[in-house]
Each structure stands twice: as structure tokens, then as C-alpha cells.
Design a protein around this ligand. Structure first.
Ligand code: NIG
Ligand code: FE
Length: 394
């Protein structure tokens, strides 16, 4: 057991509104703060003046510390890129689900080592910008062995693994949708369920319809997986209501929502995850996160990192866009990227800096967390600590 005093914190964002030293906001901000870790956990949080001694000492020289970012939606297991598709889109082509086939072909042709190296590279980028927890989906294998290997590679990097065999119907099943859905709900699910925690479906135009989505998610639930859904990205399908009915942890994208969707989300345990990178890279109007918050919906922010619709790993950049273009306040955006992501993963041990929680945090070279949005695109995260350890390579 080793204790470490992290001292000299100019501004500490705890997300713990019950701390007696914190301000009255949901961010529970403590100025001139310190915290103590013991191995992977936080054992003390408070003002510098009251900090007890510890075995080791780190001076943060007045920096801001925030809970590590929780990126609750990513597709890191893939090969190749789709820069040409992005370029064509920026010349006016629309985004469609069809581009996924390009990445499926590249992923199927890649070795395990190539796929693993790509995940490692992207995971390192994420850590470099303050992400301490990431959810990773399969979805570019789309056959039994391909999905099983994507899930297995994802599980080398995170506990938050999502089986997304229902990303699109692959070309070889183009004339037999029912056959593909049977495969997903049967042998593919059997091969993937043990290493996954979640099951996801891309329920949208060009992917899966509402009945198919229900069938696939219910099969996953029978295997003890919890649903999350790619919902209402391209059009309003009813997937949000289905997500609420099936107690999905999260419905993601949410570009097309009506008042009934917001009402059902507000009265549920289902988080709405907005992904500004996808809206930016597909050049569509941003999801209306402001309206969601005003309706009482819990909102999470995630990168949706994937080679087709959102090739970013940066949560600080997502925060900046969410503030500028989704009209969240800097405080709301930071909470959505930390506490909101944790809620979207049904985790209470992360996304908060408090006694008994994981020692996961990001150190920001700025006098306030507001700089995350105020200085868009600037690499302000100087250190990322996960499980009480400084992430190597920074
Ligand atoms: O979240 N929308 C579905 N899946 C991904 C895109 C995948 C791709 O285009 O390769 C998304 O945007
Ligand atoms: Fe996605």
C-alpha cells in the first residue's frame, strides 16, 4: 500500500456536490486543493491547508485537475481509414451507413497484431488528452470469427466492451437480412457475449429497423448484456423509445428527437449521449443537447471515434464544440464528458473525485476548467492519472 499526496492544485473539479469544501455547483469545485491516493483509489480530498502526509508527493504547481474523461462511445478496432470519403463529403456528398463496408473489408484483411497496434495508438491519443475510461465496440468484423476477434482485442484495452455485430448487414448477406440477424442473435452472440458487457445496434436508415433492433437487443439481454443503441442519427426511427423500454444504458447520436422522445428519456435511466465529432465530420446540424438538458435528460459527451464518421480521440475538443455549437455551458460540457460518461456506462466509481472512487484524473495546464472550451484545439492536458498511476508516455 502506497499513499501519494497530489498537492498544489489551483482548481479541483470533483463532481462531488456533497464535499464540505466544494462550491455549491454540481462540479463541486475546491480551490487550493489536494488529494491523496492509495494504490488505485482516492482516500482523501480537501483543501491544501488540511492535507495529511503521504508516502509520496507531487506538486501540481497551481494546475487544474478534473475527473478523467469517460469516453462512452468509440469504435477503435478497425484497419485503414476513409479520408477519401471524408474529402468527398466536404465537397457535398452525404454520409450514409454504406461506407462501413470499406472498413469491414480492411479490418477483415488485417492481422490481429495490426488491429491491436491501431487500438493501442488511438488509446494512447485518448490518454494524452485526458481520457481514463473508454468504451470500445466491435462492428467491423461482421462474421462470427471477425466479431469474436474484435471483441477479444477490445477486451485487452478496456472492461467496457460492446458487441456491435448489428452495425450493418454485410454484403454477403445483402439478399438474406433475416439470415444475418439469425447469425447475430445465435452463433455470433454466443462467440462474443462472454467478453462483452454491452450490446449495441445501429438502428437507422441503411442499417437495422426497429423490429430487427428489438430482436437483436432482446437476444443480447438473454445473454446478460445490457443494451445501448445508435439511435436517431440519420432519422427518427423510434429507437429512443425502444431504448427506454429495454432499459438501455444509453441512446447515442440523438440528432432527430421530438418532445415525446425527450419526455421518455427524462423519465428513464437511459442517458442521451451526444457525439459532436460525428456531427462535425458528417456536416449535419448538431444534436440539440441544450434542449435535452432543459427537458431534464441526462446528457453524456463522447468522441464516437471511428474512421468513417468521427475520426477524433479528443474529449477536450468535443467539450469545446459542445459549448460552442450545442450551447452547453463549460460546466455542463465538462460534467457530460466525465460524470455523464460514467452514468452512460452505469459506473459510480469513475467520473468523480471523492473518497473511495478510482484515482482517475486529468491535469490541465490552465487556471480553470473553462479553458478546455476557451482554448479549442490546444493540448492543455499535461498529465493523465489512471488507477493512481501517471500514464506513461506523457
Ligand atoms: O457511430 N453510425 C454508426 N456507426 C458509426 C459510424 C461507423 C462508420 O461510418 O464507420 C457512428 O457514427
Ligand atoms: Fe458509433
Amino acid at each position: 500500500m502506497t499513499t501519494t499526496l497530489i498537492d498544489g492544485i489551483g482548481m479541483l473539479v470533483t463532481n462531488d456536490s456533497t464535499h464540505p469544501d466544494g462550491d455549491a455547483s454540481p462540479l463541486g469545485i475546491i480551490e487550493n486543493a489536494a488529494l491523496i491516493t492509495c494504490d488505485a483509489d482516492i482516500i482523501w480530498v480537501g483543501r491544501h491547508d488540511n492535507a495529511p502526509d503521504a508516502d509520496r508527493y507531487h506538486d501540481m504547481a497551481g494546475a487544474t485537475i478534473v475527473p478523467g474523461f469517460v469516453d462512452s462511445h468509440s469504435h477503435l478496432v478497425f484497419a485503414g481509414d476513409r479520408a477519401a470519403e471524408f474529402g468527398a463529403r466536404m465537397c457535398g456528398n452525404p454520409y450514409t451507413a454504406g461506407g462501413i463496408a470499406t472498413t469491414v473489408a480492411a479490418t477483415r484483411a488485417a492481422t490481429d497484431d495490426e488491429l491491436r497496434a491501431n487500438v493501442r495508438r488511438l488509446r494512447a491519443e485518448m490518454a494524452g488528452s485526458g481520457t481514463t475510461t473508454v468504451e470500445i465496440k466491435s462492428g467491423y468484423g461482421l462474421d462470427v470469427s471477425g466479431e469474436a476477434r474484435c471483441v477479444s482485442i477490445a477486451s485487452d484495452f478496456t472492461e467496457e466492451v460492446t458487441f456491435l455485430g448489428a452495425h450493418v448487414v454485410p454484403q454477403e448477406f445483402a439478399t438474406d437480412r433475416a439470415g444475418y440477424i439469425e447469425l447475430v442473435c445465435g452463433p455470433m452472440l454466443d462467440a462474443c457475449a462472454a467478453q462483452a458487457r454491452w450490446i449495441d445496434v445501429f438502428c437507422d436508415r441503411g442499417a437495422f429497423d426497429l423490429d430487427e433492433t428489438r430482436q437483436i437487443l432482446e437476444a443480447g439481454i438473454r445473454k446478460n448484456l445490457t443494451p445501448r443503441i445508435h439511435a436517431h442519427q440519420l432519422e427518427r426511427t423510434g429507437a429512443i423509445e425502444l431504448g427506454v423500454e429495454l432499459d438501455a444504458a444509453s441512446v447515442d447520436h440523438c440528432n432527430h428527437v421530438d418532445d415525446a422522445d425527450l419526455l421518455s428519456l427524462a423519465n428513464s435511466n437511459t442517458v442521451a449521449t451526444v457525439v459532436p465529432g460525428a456531427d462535425f465530420c458528417t456536416r449535419v446540424p448538431y444534436a440539440d443537447a441544450r434542449k435535452m438538458l432543459d427537458a431534464g435528460v441526462v446528457v453524456a459527451l463522447a468522441t464516437d471515434c471511428n474512421p468513417g464518421s468521427s475520426y477524433t480521440t479528443s474529449m477536450p475538443w468535443c467539450i469545446a464544440v459542445a459549448v460552442r455549437d450545442m450551447r452547453l455551458t463549460p460546466a455542463e460540457a465538462l460534467w457530460s464528458a466525465t460524470g455523464g460518461g460514467a452514468q452512460a456506462l452505469r459506473r459510480s466509481d469513475i467520473g468523480v473525485i471523492a473518497v473511495g472512487k478510482r484515482a482517475d484524473f486529468a491535469v490541465i495546464d490552465a487556471p480553470s476548467y473553462v479553458h478546455l472550451a476557451y482554448r479549442p484545439g490546444v493540448a492543455l492536458v499535461t498529465q493523465t492519472w489512471k488507477d493512481g498511476q501517471l500514464w506513461a508516455g506523457q
